[in-house]
Design a protein around this ligand. Structure first.
Ligand code: SF4
Length: 321
């Protein structure tokens, strides 16, 4: 019987974890534009432009908000988001042209705000590297986060971007538990490789941080997990540790995530849907409690963020605690 809690607009038949790494198809497309304005002034992020290289993401995180846009593109099979990846093969040329023509002030370009710029497709296509060559050439600042250690391949060019105008690179880490990671991000590289990437970024003198995004209610929000993440930030001496709580925006994202829990984490399924109710975000008291805990662990372990030095233009209330 259909679950009345789930939406009627999208009904994924989710019965398994997508764990076959060979099951991916790359669809090459050409784009007319590369750079997009972020939704200022409402966006809580300090970044003024965004740019995405791929549509869909092989990392396949069940909570990913980008499932929504993939569904809108017409990919409506349950696994299409992580199995049919559109590749913007001409994006570097388009960006080169746009940056050469624009008279706009050089503000931060956020790479991959929707999908991971260093997902497995990047090994084959090298679009991130080409894009950073263009960004370095025009001397714009750039920032991004990833769940891949492929970033290390491009340390040389990232260093150049940093020296020219500024760069910051975050590793997104939602859990330090390898078993949980396989469930939360089935095709992303293991956590220890992301931690090593942060060490190498530090050694290369490129500002870097941890995106604890999202904190997942009843899965990664326990005190031990949150404190361990802060301790990791201290040990690695990363420039920032920022977080947000899982947002389930839109029927596609919400239904996919709840179906996943229902199939694989029955122990937290009911609690999670009660927490969210009909909203896309947990109640304020839950969100504030998470921020409060992270803040207190930062104080306890003496963590000093350098986020505001890096991004002085727009201050954050949502991410930065
Ligand atoms: S790595 Fe990011 S973009 Fe890719 S599936 Fe996971 S949350 Fe989505």
């Amino acid at each position: 019987m259909k679950d009345p809690f789930l939406s009627t607009s999208y009904s994924p038949v989710y019965t398994e974890v997508d764990d076959d790494p060979k099951e991916v198809e790359y669809l090459e497309i050409k784009v007319k534009s590369a750079l997009h304005h972020t939704r200022l002034p409402y966006s809580p992020k300090p970044f003024y432009y965004s740019l995405n290289l791929y549509r869909g993401c092989r990392h396949g995180c069940p909570y990913c908000f980008a499932r929504y846009s993939h569904w809108f593109l017409g990919f409506q099979n349950t696994f299409d988001f992580q199995r049919k990846i559109q590749v913007k093969v001409n994006i570097a040329e388009v960006l080169d042209r746009e940056l050469a023509q624009t008279k706009r002030k050089k503000e931060w370009i956020s790479l991959g705000a929707i999908t991971d710029p260093y997902q497995p497709a990047e090994k084959k296509y090298g679009l991130a590297r080409k894009i950073f060559e263009v960004i370095a050439k025009h001397r714009w600042p750039a920032v991004f986060s990833s769940k891949s250690d492929l970033v290390v391949r491009d340390l040389d060019i990232l260093r150049r971007v940093h020296d020219n105008a500024g760069a910051a690179v975050a590793m997104t880490i939602t859990t330090l538990d390898p078993a949980l990671q396989k469930f939360l991000e089935p095709h992303a590289v293991p956590i220890h490789r992301r931690l090593e990437t942060l060490r190498q970024l530090r050694a290369a003198g490129i500002p870097c941080g941890i995106h604890l995004m999202p904190v997942i209610p009843f899965v990664t929000d326990n005190d031990e997990a949150l404190e361990s993440m802060v301790k990791t930030a201290v040990e690695l001496d990363v420039d920032y540790l920022v977080h947000n709580v899982l947002r389930l925006r839109g029927a596609v994202v919400r239904d996919y995530y709840f179906q996943t829990l229902k199939t694989h984490r029955k122990d937290v399924f009911q609690k999670t849907r009660q927490l969210y109710g009909s909203r896309s975000y947990p109640p304020d008291d839950y969100v504030q409690a998470i921020s409060g805990k992270i803040r207190s662990y930062k104080e306890k372990w003496g963590y000093r963020s350098r986020w505001r030095d890096l991004f002085p233009v727009r201050q954050l209330s949502l991410f930065e605690t």
